[in-house]
Structures are given as C-alpha cells and as structure tokens.
Design a protein. Structure first.
Length: 387
C-alpha cells in the first residue's frame, strides 16, 4: 500500500468513526428526551416509580452515562505526530480554503495560485513548481473540475513526490551494535541543540545504555552549565572543560573516558557555529579529526539541529551547513509549536537530507526518531475532501 493509499484509508476510517459518534449522539439524545407528563399516574405507574430507580429503559436500551472527557496524552508515535502537526495542518487547510474560495475554473491563473499557495506553506520553491506542473497534466488526465477532486489531486502529488524522494532515505540513527556510537551535534545557537542532546541522552539511559556527554561548546559558559544540568536530569556524566578552553581537547577527554568506561553512546555538543565563519568551521574540522584519530569509523552521525519554527531560515541553514560540512542528518526541533512543518517536504525533496529526530513536545520523552510515514499521514489525513 502506497503512502497516499494509507492516508485515504486513515481519512475514511476517521470519517466512519465520526459518523458512528454522530449517530450514537443522536440516538442518545432521542432516548434521553423526557416522556410527556400525564395528569395522574396510574397505580401501576406509581408502583414502578417506587420500586425502580433507573429502569425507565430496558437494559439493552438504557442510555450510557456521559462523562466529561479529559485530554489524554497520545499513546503512540502516530498520535504524537497527529497532535504535533495540528498547527501546520490548520495553516495548510486555511491556505487551501483561500485557494478555492475564489475557484472558478482550472486555468493558468489557478495553477499560478497553486504555486503561491504551496510556497506559502513552506514546501519549497522547487517543490511547488514541480507540483503545479504535474497538476496540469493530472487534471487533464482525470478531468478533475470540482474543488474537492483538485485539492485531493494536489495532496496526492505532494505525497507521491515525498515518497519518491525518500526511497533510499535512512531515518534511523547509525548506532553501533558492538561498540561506541559517537554523535556530533552542530547548529546555530537557539535551535534547541543542547536540549535535544539532553532528551536523547535520557532516552538511551532509559534503555539501559551507558551514555556520556561532551560539553565542547566552550565559547559560552552558559552552554556548559546547561549541558551539565541536562546531564543531571538524564543521570549521565558530562565531560567538560573551562569556558574558553580548546573544544577539541574536551572531545579528546570524552573519547578517552568513553573508551575506558566502555560507554555505548557519546553525544558531543558544539558551539553555535555561524556557517559563514571560516574559523568556526575549521574548529569543527579539528574536533572531527580528534574523533577519527581515536576511532576511524567515527563520528557515526553529524546531526544538524534546526528550529522548525523558522521555516525557510531552517532550510537555508541546512543548505549552508551541507555545503561546509558532512552533515548526515537533521534534528528538527519544535515541530509541534509551528505552522511551518511543511519545511520537511522541502528538506527531503530539495536537499535530500534525512530528518533523523523530531521534537514533538516539551517533555523529556518527546524527542522521536523521525517516522516519515507517520509524519505525512499526520499532516495530510485531515486535508482530504469527500468527492
């Protein structure tokens, strides 16, 4: 089953559940309507009232008691994505509604509006142009004229392109089954880099792994203190130096300690590197040389942390870091707090960088290994239209 078929299946299932809920509500309202009062109850009726308290209906027809439903945290990853993408889905829906509000016919002006709508939804310029071009051909083939059919075709094209571009994509972290896994985290300040490291450390610690953190962002004392605090929360050790010390020396100490203690995972925090600063990039290269001298196969991941709320800026950061260092994957933070989640489509389709981890909440366990299927179903399921 293709991705779009999964989305349609989920859409139909939701509609069926909505219909069942609506029918049950209507039935309950009918049953709950008070009976018409009579002027004088008969003796039999009086006896029934005295001997029964809740037998106004037969057991199989008695209406269920209604309770106030409290919001429950999502129980699985699919639900987390559905909840976390609510803002993006709502914005996407608003843009689609705006697109079709003045819908008259499928002409060249309409296709230009499609391009503008998709660009505004942060799916990327190249992706938007390609979808509009493919839509032109598909509309002719399917003879789609009604707004619902055209909207569904747009979504189908987006999903098909997303699936096509991700055929050989690896979203799992490159963990070493029989040795130390070394993950190097890079990115500008303020993206949630240190927080992501702390959350991932907690998860590995909960899995019973021996985890070590390295505070190689020595340019800011606050960054060291922040990682130490996360280490305390996750109950893992942090290798640190003094503010202003050589970051590469901290990494060397961390690699040495990780080997001595037979650690499973070493997570290395680095300074918020401005991608146009050559000296900072040189410092990053020095860190990587130190790592490789201790373990020629490491680092096993170079993870660029980007803030999903920045939309196109996140795309630009990913592009520039990709050009200056060998980024192996992205950590996309604050995905639950933005309406710009469409940037994932642009990153996959235009940069061909896999998203490895996604932040879907503020809790310590809300950093998830990125699931491309759950993401696309969570984004588009609620946008399909009944034709």
């Amino acid at each position: 089953m293709g991705l779009f078929d999964k989305i349609k299946h989920a859409f139909v299932k939701d509609k069926e559940e909505e219909q069942k809920t609506e029918e049950a509500t209507q039935e309950e309202e009918k049953v709950s309507e008070p009976a018409e009062e009579t002027t004088e109850p008969t003796e039999a009726e009086e006896t029934t009232e005295e001997t029964t308290t809740d037998a106004e209906f037969p057991a199989d027809e008695k209406p269920e008691e209604t309770e106030e439903v409290e919001e429950v945290e999502p129980a699985d990853t699919e639900k987390k994505y559905e909840k976390g993408l609510a803002k993006t889905r709502r914005t996407f829906k608003d843009r689609m509604n705006e697109l079709f509000a003045n819908f008259r016919s499928v002409d060249e002006d309409f296709f230009e509006e499609v391009e503008n709508t998709l660009i505004g939804a942060d799916v990327g310029f190249d992706t938007s142009m390609r979808i509009a071009d493919e839509l032109r051909e598909e509309v002719k083939i399917q003879n789609a004229k009604k707004p619902a059919a055209v909207q569904n075709t747009i979504i189908e094209k987006l999903v098909d392109l997303y699936e096509e571009e991700g055929e050989k994509e690896v979203n799992e972290l490159n963990e070493q089954p029989n040795g130390l896994s070394v993950f190097l985290f890079v990115g500008v300040n303020g993206t949630g880099k240190t927080t992501s490291i702390g959350k991932l450390a907690h998860q590995y610690q909960q899995e019973g792994k021996k985890v070590l953190l390295a505070a190689a962002d020595t340019f800011r004392a606050g960054a060291i203190d922040q990682l130490v605090e996360w280490g305390a929360r996750a109950e893992v050790d942090v290798v640190r130096g003094n503010a202003g010390s050589d970051p590469a020396s901290v990494v060397f100490d961390a690699m040495t300690q990780a080997k001595e203690e037979q650690a499973d995972v070493l997570l290395i925090d680095t300074a918020g590197r401005l991608q146009n600063k050559v000296n900072l990039m040189n410092e990053l290269d020095k860190i990587k040389r130190v790592i490789k001298r201790e373990d020629p196969t490491a680092p096993h991941e170079v993870l660029l942390v980007v803030d999903a709320t920045t939309g196109q800026n996140a795309m630009n950061q990913a592009q520039q870091f990709k050009e200056t260092t060998d980024v192996t994957g992205l950590v996309l933070t604050k995905l639950d707090g933005t309406a710009k989640g469409g940037i994932v489509l642009a990153i996959r389709n235009e940069l061909h960088l896999p998203v490895k981890l996604a932040g879907l909440g503020e809790r310590i366990d809300d950093l998830e290994v990125f699931d491309p299927n759950d993401f696309v179903v969570g984004l588009f399921k609620g946008l399909l239209q009944e034709e």
